[in-house]
Design a protein around this ligand. Sequence first.
Ligand SMILES: CC(C)(COP(=O)(O)OP(=O)(O)OC[C@H]1O[C@@H](n2cnc3c(N)ncnc32)[C@H](O)[C@@H]1OP(=O)(O)O)[C@@H](O)C(=O)NCCC(=O)NCCS
Length: 154
Amino acid sequence: MNFRSIEFGSDAYRKECALRDAVLRAPLGRSLYDEELASEKQQKHFGLFDDAGHLVACVIAVPLSPTEAKIRQMAVSMAHQKQGCGRQIIRSLEEHLAGSGHVHLSMHARASAVGFYEKLGYTKVGPEFMEVGIPHFRMEKRLTLYGNEALRSR
Ligand SMILES: CC(C)(COP(=O)(O)OP(=O)(O)OC[C@H]1O[C@@H](n2cnc3c(N)ncnc32)[C@H](O)[C@@H]1OP(=O)(O)O)[C@@H](O)C(=O)NCCC(=O)NCCS
């Protein structure tokens, strides 16, 4: 599997949108394409690609300050879930963000995915809230040199 950035508007970005629509929106009876996507030009898009070059997972990072970033739109293709791809793309993203000084990470995690993020060192902060019609929690993680696999391996 290869982790690499995806350019907004590229063919890979169109595949990223198709994956997000299938995994994150269609199961909720919604369409990603009803949303305002133009602001995503300012965001950092990443994909995990298999050896044949097919996109199997994607995630977006939004820098909030020189040290803080928000993670959003994390999706692993249905066929590749529960095989370690989610862990791999988040670890690679953390390593990338730490390299640019973004060590305070946060996200709005679906309640159904909280256990996944807890395994990766994220902590729930504050009460449950609703987003896209389903329960979410804010989760946070601070990357540290000695507490994070991604940083130790740099
Ligand atoms: C949630 C999701 C991102 C996890 O990715 P994944 O590739 O399936 O997860 P991994 O195989 O890397 O799992 C890593 C660990 O987390 C666990 N895990 C995976 N999904 C989990 C979940 N929903 N709840 C609790 N634990 C979970 C795995 O069992 C594994 O644990 P282990 O190391 O003890 O074996 C993925 O399943 C997905 O895209 N789901 C649908 C969309 C979604 O919910 N996105 C997140 C929005 S916030």
